[in-house]
Design a protein around this ligand. Structure first.
Ligand code: FAD
Ligand code: 2HG
Ligand code: ZN
Length: 486
């Protein structure tokens, strides 16, 4: 669960790798610019204490020096802002809920911050199809509550749901806990309205599931991390809300047993399986160390845990299936201990442990964060190799993730930033991943952290095409410079 009181990580000792990035040949903001932008956008922040929170990311690793935050309410305002900035060659960083974990949402230098939070209106909801049309600044959790009132739910769920915005989710192609069931946003988002750097409003806001009229332009904005356009509106296909939800936490002795439990879950629970999450003991210990009142959820301490969720429409039928599954994995010794939530509150508590890992890591001290896609056979090997590589350092290696999607969140925690640890981790982890044809970013994106490692997951030709696309959409390069492309 997202705790607003702990919304920010503690300050870290060092501003991250942005330090060496030279400022591009953009104009410097002057008083005439601010006066003009005030005339096209009603909500403008210039007071240093008001601008400050927008200059730092959630992890407090990346810090910009913007002097201006613009908070438009309409697409027209966004268009007029960008048209002016493009003409004057003023760089702009689009910002949603600022929960991104790769430094994409904050300025590297003095870029103007275009914050979408005031664009928070739901424009339409179709009771029959479950299609919602809304502005990009709607908070994910608010949309889920809204859809819930109509018997539907948002097709994605993540720990930052109380703060992140649907536009930010689209811009990062966020994955989260339900991707296994509902697929990626490339499938759930049916339409997008976006504003290009020169102010052109691109209306691809279809509400049709099927539309084969040439290139599917909206897909380019999904996962583009604010570098191709500012997403202003979206239409999203929401699935019916499940009335019967079960959650089970299972303990396993080995990672091979984790894999076996997963395979069998797919076979036995098939159509009702909605999430398969993984965490190691070190992850649980991390949460317990930051929440001393939290008791061990299982009787025995296990080295590995699988968190399963089923969502269906028939409580008795789903429970029967889950119990049969549990019986068989326990009999086979695949699972050595486990618990099934008896009510919604217990289910929330079990999922809360998994969702609290990120916050616990940030609260402890410094965290080195890696979000990788790795073939399942090597999924945990990277953790063992990282522990071996860091044997001489005082560092906790913690791994969890979306097992069902082969997405591991490998986190290394130290009490303070340590340059030697950083050097031991990069490029080692990214090269390790590339050797196995994994991805250096499964779901968090490239942002400021990883442009120099993009070549490990994309060929030179693919990167060249990305550059060409950037040139078409944003010839002056004013939109989120220094991010994504090396
Ligand atoms: P921001 O952080 O504000 O921005 C992210 C990027 O998108 C930036 O490059 C920004 O420029 C761009 N952007 C934002 N809005 C727009 C827009 N309207 N138009 C164009 N570009 C825009 N991510 C996952 O994928 N799965 C998870 O399970 C997950 N769990 C998380 C849990 C926690 C506790 C935290 C802190 C983060 C988690 N994240 C996860 C990462 C993050 O929440 C997601 O990437 C989220 O989608 C970002 O949304 P945001 O609105 O905060 O975007
Ligand atoms: C999650 O799945 C998020 O909880 C955050 O993607 C992962 O903190 C992380 O590394
Ligand atoms: Zn994740």
């Amino acid at each position: 669960m997202w705790r607003s009181s702990l919304v920010r990580a503690l300050p870290t000792a060092r501003a991250f790798s942005t330090a060496g990035i030279p400022r591009g040949a953009f104009a410097k903001l002057n008083d005439a610019d601010v006066a003009h932008l005030r005339s096209v956008c009603k909500s403008v922040l210039t007071a240093p204490d008001e601008v400050a929170p927008f200059n730092s990311d959630w992890l407090n690793k990346y810090h910009g020096q913007s002097q201006l935050v613009l908070r438009p309410k309409t697409t027209q305002e966004v268009s007029e802002i960008l048209k002016y900035c493009n003409e004057k060659k003023l760089a702009v960083v689009p910002q949603g809920g600022n929960t991104g974990l790769v430094g994409g949402s904050v300025p590297v230098h003095d870029e103007i911050i275009l914050s979408l939070g005031n664009m928070n209106q739901v424009e339409a909801f179709d009771e029959v199809s479950g299609i919602i049309v809304c502005q990009a600044g709607c908070i994910l959790e608010n949309l889920d509550t809204y859809a819930g009132k109509h018997g539907y739910m948002m097709p994605l769920d993540l720990g930052a749901k109380g703060t992140c915005q649907i536009g930010g989710n689209a811009a990062t192609n966020a994955g989260g806990l339900r991707l296994l069931r509902y697929g990626s946003l490339h499938g759930s988002i049916l339409g997008i309205e976006a504003v290009l750097a020169d102010g052109t409003i691109v209306d691809c806001l279809s509400t049709m599931r099927k539309d084969n009229t040439g290139y599917d332009l909206k897909q380019l904005f999904i996962g583009s991390e604010g570098t191709l356009g500012v997403i202003t509106k979206l239409s999203v296909l929401t699935p019916p809300r499940s009335t019967a939800v079960n959650v089970a936490l299972l303990g396993c002795e080995s990672f091979d047993a984790v894999k076996a439990a997963f395979v069998q879950a797919r076979q036995n629970l098939g159509e009702i399986l909605s999430a398969v999450e993984f965490m190691d003991r070190q992850s649980l210990d991390m949460v317990m160390s930051q929440q001393p009142s939290l008791a061990d959820p299982l009787e025995s301490a296990c080295p590995f845990y699988v968190l399963l969720e089923t969502s269906g429409s028939n409580e008795a039928h789903d429970m029967e299936k889950l119990e049969a599954y549990l019986e068989s994995v326990m009999e086979a010794g695949t699972v050595i201990d486990g618990t099934v939530a008896q009510d919604a509150a217990q289910a929330k508590k079990l999922f809360g442990i998994r969702e609290d890992i990120t916050l616990s890591l940030s609260s402890r001290g410094h965290v080195y964060k890696y979000d990788l896609s790795i073939p399942i056979d090597d999924y945990y090997k990277i953790v063992e190799d990282t522990r071996a590589a860091l044997a001489d350092h005082d560092a906790e290696v913690v791994a969890f993730g979306h097992l069902g999607d082969c997405n591991i969140h490998l986190n290394i925690s130290t009490l303070k930033y340590n340059d030697a640890v950083q050097k031991a981790l990069e490029p080692f982890l990214f090269e390790w991943t590339a050797k196995r044809r994994g991805s250096v970013s499964a779901e968090h994106g490239i942002g400021t952290h990883k442009p120099r490692f993009l070549h490990l997951s994309k060929t030179p030709d693919a990167i060249h095409m990305m550059r060409q696309m950037k040139q078409v959409f944003d010839p002056n390069g004013i939109l989120n410079p220094y991010k994504v492309l090396p």
